[in-house]
Design a protein around this ligand. Sequence first.
Ligand code: GAL
Length: 432
Amino acid sequence: MRVNRRVAATVASAAVLGLSLTACSSDDSDGSDGGSASAGAGDASEVEVFTWWAAGSEKAGLDALVNVFNDQHADTKFVNGAVAGGAGSAAKDLLQSRLQTNDPPDTFQAHAGAELQDYIDAGQIQDVSNLYDEFGLKEAFPKDLLDRLTVDGKIYSIPSNIHRANVVWANPTVLKDAGLDPSATYDSMDDWFTALDAVKKSGKTALSVATTWTQVNLLETVLISDLGADGYSGLWDGSTDWAGSDVTDALTDFQKLMSYTNTDRDGLDWPDATQQIIDGTAGFNVMGDWAEAAFEEADKKAPADYVYFPVPGTDGVFDFLADSFTLPVGAPHPGGAKNWLETVGSAEGQEAFNKAKGSIPARTDADTSDFSDYQQTAIESFGKDTIVSSLAHGAAAPVATLNAITDATSKFTTGASDLATYQSDLAAAVKG
Ligand code: GAL
C-alpha cells in the first residue's frame, strides 16, 4: 500500500527526527565528566583535516571554510587530507584503517546520526562538550540537532552544515524538447514515469545516475516516496517490515527508475551525473543539494538553466543529513583540531562554507540573506517539513548496514540478483 505524501507531511517533524536519529540517544546528564574538560589541548602548529571534498564544487566549499580558518587561526597550518570519492565512498574505508592502526588525522568529517555513533561506540572520537561551552555553541545550534548529537550527556562533534538528499534536478530545455512543462512537479512516482517516458522518447537519457552510492541515494528517496515519512523511518527502527508488499512496490518503482538511467553509470561519480543535466544530455537527476553548488560553479541560473523540486511523492519531507567534524582519540595536533572546530562552529565559517556548498548552516543565527534561491527553499523546508534521516549519508543506519545495502544494490542493478533476492538481501542487511 502506498502512503500519500500529504499523510507523510502531517507527521510531526520532531517525532520523526526523534525516531530516525535515535542512534544518538540523548540524555540530559552533565557532560563535564568523562575527560572532556581538556579536549583540544596540545599541539596547534597544524591540523590535518580529513574529508572527501577533494574536487570541484565540494573542494570550493572546503576552500571557503579554509579561508575563514586561515583568517581566524593564522598560526595553525591547514593540511588537506581529502580523499576523492562522493559520499566518502573511498574515504570512509581508508579512515577506518587509519583509526585502527592508531594513525588518525587531527579531525575528520562524519555524518550526524548512526554513522557518528559507530565511531563513538568504537572509542575512536573524543567528547568535545568542553568546546561547546568555550565557543558558546549550545545556544547556536537547534536543540533538536544538539539532542541528536548528544550521547550520555556528551557531544562528540561539531556540525558544519545540513544537506537535503531528496531533490530532483532537471534541464528545462531537455524537458521542453520532450514536450514537458519545465515548471511541472510530480505528485507520485507514477506521474513521474510518464514524464520520464517522454524524455526517453526524445532520445535523451531520462534519468542520470552514477556509481552505486548514488543509486542508494535514489533508492532511499523512492522508499520515502512510496512508504511515506513514517513508513520509511520505520525501516530503521524495526516498525516497518522490509519483507512487506509496500517495500516490494517501492523496489519495483526503483527498478523501473533504473531502467531510465545511463548505462555507463557504474564508472561515474555524482558530479558526472549532474554534468549531464548541465550539458543537456539528460533530463532528470536525483541528488543531494551539494548538486546546487555544482550548478552555481558552472555559472548556471535557475530556472533558466536548471530546475529543482522534491523527489515526486516527497514534498513536505526533508531527507536530512549533516556533516560534522570530530576530534579523534590520539589526534597528533589536538590544538590544531580545536582551532578547526572553532572555525567550523563559527557563524562566519558556517556562512562562507554553506553558501559555497549548497547546504544550509547548522547554526540558527547565521546570515543567509545572500544564499541562492534554492538554498532559501531548503531553509524554509527544513523549518516546516517532516525530517527523515538519509540512508546513503550516514544518518539512518550504521556504516556496516549501509555497506551491506550498497552491496545488495550493486548486485541488483548490475543484474546479479532479481527483485525478490534484492528485497531479502536488504532485509538481511538491516538485521545485521
Ligand atoms: C555526502 C556529504 C556531502 C557531500 C556528498 C557528496 O555524504 O555529506 O557533504 O559531500 O556526500 O560527496
